[in-house]
Design a protein around this ligand. Structure first.
Ligand code: F0G
Length: 352
C-alpha cells in the first residue's frame, strides 16, 4: 500500500534537511491536481487546479510549516511565532502542537476568517489581536524574532519557501513536465517565489524540459506589485491576501521577470464570481484568495492573452470551509424543514 509520507520524506533530496533532524509532519502535500473542464472551455487551454485546500490544515502553508517547525524542533525549544492573515497561524498552531512547542500568533483584529481563527484556538496557540493590518504584524514579529527564545515562522524564514517549492515538484511529477503557464494568488509573495524556485530546481535536475510563465494575481485594493510600490491601507474581501507591503518583493519580481510573466489585479466581484464558478462547475470549494487566481486567469483569457493549447495550472491555495461567511454572502442558511416522510421529502423536491 502507498501512503504519502509528507513533503520532507517524499522530497528529502531536494530539501535542506540533515540526517537525524526531527521530521514534524502531518502528511502534508500530495494534493490533487484536478482537471477543470469548465475553465478549459472558457480559456481554450487545458486547465488544472492544484487543490492546496486538501492539505492537513486546509492550505498550502503546511508545506512550508513542516520544514520550518522541524528546524525549530531540531534546535530545541522556542516559541513558534508568526503574524498572519489566518492560514499561516492555523498551520503554525497545528505543527507546533504536533511538535509539543508553544505557539503565538499575531492577527489583524476583525480581519480573520472564522475557520482560521478556530484552528489557532483549537490547536492551543496564544492569540494576539492587533490594531493594525498584516504588514504591521509582520513588522512586530520580525523584531521579536531576533530573540533567542523566539522562532519566526513567517515566509521570511527561508525554510518556509523550501517546503513550499515542493508543490511545483508535484505538478511536474503529475504532468510529466512543467505546465506552460502557472497562475497563483499573491499576497506576501512567498508562494510565487517558492514555486519559481521549485520549477527552476526541477529543470536543473533534469526532471522537466521547461519552466512555466508565472502569472501572479492580487486583489485590486491590495495590489502593490501592480502599483509598483507598497499600498498603505490594503483592502479586499479576500482577507488572506489583504497585504500592502510584501516581504518577498524582490523574489516575486524576479519570478515575474525571469519567467516572462506578469502580476495583475482583479476586483472583489471577480473573485466572488470565480469562487462561485469553481464551486458550481468544477466541484471544488476554495476560499476567496484562492479564487483570485482563477479570476485572474479568466480575465487574461477575456483579454486574449491565453495561448491556444496551453497547459495551465492554477493553484487554489486554501479551503473554502475556512470562510463560509464570505462564500454565502447574503444567502441565508434556512432550509425548508419537512416531516420525516417520503411523501413530504418528495413534495419538497417537486417529485410528488
Ligand atoms: N492564498 C491564501 C489562501 C493565503 O492564505 C495566502 C497567504 C496567499 C494566497 C498568498 O500567499 O503570501 O505567499 O503570496 N496567507 C498568509 C497568511 C499571508 O498569513 O496566512 P503569499
Amino acid at each position: 500500500a502507498h501512503q504519502w509520507r509528507g513533503v520532507i520524506n517524499e522530497y528529502a533530496q531536494y530539501l535542506p534537511i540533515e540526517p537525524g533532524d526531527p521530521v514534524v509532519t502531518l502528511g502534508e502535500g500530495g494534493t490533487p491536481l484536478v482537471e477543470a473542464p469548465a475553465l478549459s472551455e472558457r480559456t481554450g487551454a487545458t486547465v488544472y487546479l492544484k487543490v492546496e485546500g486538501a492539505n492537513p490544515t486546509g492550505s498550502f502553508k503546511d508545506r512550508g510549516m513542516t520544514m520550518a517547525v522541524s528546524k525549530v524542533a531540531a534546535g530545541g525549544r522556542a516559541l513558534v511565532l508568526c503574524a498572519s492573515t489566518g492560514n499561516t497561524s492555523a498551520s503554525a498552531a497545528a505543527y507546533a502542537a504536533r511538535a509539543g512547542l508553544p505557539c503565538a500568533v499575531v492577527l489583524p483584529a476583525g480581519k480573520i476568517a472564522a475557520g482560521k481563527l478556530a484552528q489557532a484556538i483549537v490547536h492551543g496557540a496564544t492569540l494576539v489581536s492587533l490594531e493594525g493590518n498584516f504588514d504591521d504584524g509582520l513588522r512586530v514579529v520580525r523584531e521579536l524574532g531576533r530573540r533567542e527564545d523566539v522562532a519566526l515562522v513567517n515566509s521570511v524564514n527561508p525554510y518556509r519557501l523550501q517546503g513550499q517549492k515542493t508543490a511545483a515538484f508535484e505538478i511536474v511529477d503529475a504532468l510529466g513536465d512543467a505546465p506552460t503557464i502557472h497562475v497563483l494568488p499573491v499576497g506576501n509573495a512567498g508562494n510565487i517565489s517558492a514555486y519559481w524556485m521549485g520549477y527552476r530546481e526541477y529543470l536543473a535536475a533534469g526532471r522537466s524540459s521547461r519552466t512555466p510563465v508565472m502569472w501572479g494575481v492580487q486583489a485590486d485594493g491590495s495590489a502593490p506589485f501592480v502599483k509598483g510600490e507598497p499600498v498603505e491601507n490594503p483592502e479586499t474581501i479576500a482577507t488572506a491576501i489583504r497585504i500592502g507591503n510584501p516581504a518577498s518583493w524582490d523574489l516575486a519580481v524576479a519570478a515575474r521577470e525571469e519567467s516572462g510573466g506578469r502580476i495583475d489585479a482583479v476586483s472583489d466581484a471577480e473573485i466572488l464570481d470565480a469562487q462561485a464558478l469553481v464551486s458550481r462547475e468544477v466541484g471544488v470549494f476554495v476560499e476567496p484568495a484562492s479564487a483570485a487566481s482563477v479570476a485572474g486567469l479568466l480575465a487574461r483569457a477575456a483579454a486574449g492573452d491565453v495561448p491556444a493549447g496551453a497547459t495551465i495550472v492554477c493553484t487554489v491555495t486554501g479551503n473554502g470551509l475556512k470562510d463560509t461567511a464570505t462564500a454565502l454572502g447574503s444567502t441565508p442558511i434556512d432550509p425548508v424543514v419537512v416531516p420525516a416522510t417520503t411523501v413530504a421529502v418528495a413534495e419538497a423536491l417537486g417529485l410528488a
